[in-house]
Design a protein around this ligand. Structure first.
Ligand code: ZN
Length: 353
């Protein structure tokens, strides 16, 4: 039996056109009690400058909320924000930005026990609704910290459509990677004599299916942005229900962690790194990878390692490092022989256009 039985769900999930211009009405209809409470908007300076109109509008909506430009996505920064929130009796934290901002704001809200409203400026990964925050601890070292999920999530589809394309592609990659994550989760449960949480599995599978089988693969369309927003939120909730990241993270994420930790010079988004890892993972798992590869190409994801300066040698080494980057994490990598000839063959198959 799994120990984990309790989970939370956000009270509000609004995915609407121009939602940020009416965030107060949205929040009022779900949580009238917090209107009038002191609020603080956490963001980054360049976002505050780029979206000055929207940010001031949100601030006005929340009684002239202070706009705070954070200084890096670190544990110390989250603690610093939480300290101010507690001392100044701030009751509501609004995170406005990408993954770094949202993780910092989420953790600051967790430690200060403030209500957390998540407002993504782009959809780059599934951490927006997950019960985890990845923050820098010492220097460039990072740690995944457990925390409370957001109380409210407001997605402004107009903003996401205009966000940098690479961010949206990353969000698609993180969603398609669930295919191999779910396989590894089942494998791990079987090996350790536990069972998987069926509803977490179903949510994560539906998240994958909605993007994989989506009729309109036009990533600038409103319909698609709504589908992707919900897919990423459902991924986060699957982790909350399972009480672990396993519904969304398997050997393809181990590969991405190996890049982050051992090849920090490689510039690739999280979602594209896990998408790149999911093709070899799929092959290691004995599943047919052609559908996944085709789908990634249709969306325009570039999963060729060479495009990011990853050579055959580096690629082979990344898979070697992936085996040990999170010890104790059971995955298909425990079984496969990542033989060099086979890896080279996969490397070149992924480079085909
Ligand atoms: Zn991920």
């Amino acid at each position: 039996m799994n120990q984990h039985t309790r989970f939370d769900l956000p009270i509000c999930l609004a995915v609407e056109e121009d939602a940020f211009f009416r965030s107060d009405e949205i929040i009022k209809s779900y949580m009238p009690e917090i209107i009038g409470e002191k609020a603080m908007i956490i963001s980054e300076q360049f976002l505050i400058d780029t979206y000055s109109e929207k940010v001031s509008d949100i601030s006005r909506d929340f009684g002239g909320a202070e706009i705070y430009a954070m200084d890096g996505a670190s544990f110390d920064e989250a603690v610093k924000i939480a300290k101010r929130v507690c001392i100044e009796d701030v009751k509501v934290i609004i995170g406005f930005g990408g993954g770094r901002v949202l993780d910092t704001a989420k953790y600051a809200a967790h430690i200060s026990k403030a209500v957390y409203i998540c407002m993504p400026s782009s959809l780059s990964n599934d951490s927006l609704a997950s019960p985890f925050a990845v923050l820098e601890t010492e220097g460039s070292a990072r740690k995944t910290l457990a925390c409370k999920i957001p109380t409210a999530i407001i997605v402004d589809t107009s903003m996401i459509i205009n966000a940098p394309l690479n961010q949206t592609l990353s969000g698609i990659g993180d969603t398609l990677a669930k295919h191999t994550a779910l396989f590894d989760w089942k494998l791990s449960a079987k090996r350790s004599g536990t069972h998987i949480e069926d509803f977490a599995y179903a949510l994560s599978r539906m998240s994958f299916d909605s993007v994989y089988h989506c009729d309109s693969k036009d990533i600038k369309s409103r319909v698609f942005i709504r589908i992707l927003s919900r897919a990423l939120v459902m991924g986060g909730l699957a982790m909350e229900i399972a009480g672990s990241s396993r519904p969304c993270s398997g050997s393809e994420h181990l590969f991405a962690h190996a890049i982050e930790e051992h090849y920090p010079q490689i510039r690739i988004t999280h979602g594209l790194a896990v998408a790149m890892g999911s093709i070899p993972a799929c092959i290691f798992q004995g599943q047919d990878e052609s559908g996944l590869m085709e789908c990634m190409r249709t969306y325009g994801l570039d999963i060729s390692p060479a495009s990011y300066g990853i050579t055959e040698d580096m690629f082979a080494d990344m898979w070697e490092k992936a085996r040990t980057v999170r010890r104790g994490r059971i995955s298909v990598l425990d079984d496969v022989d990542t033989d060099r000839g086979r890896l080279n063959e996969i490397y070149y198959r992924m480079a085909e256009k």
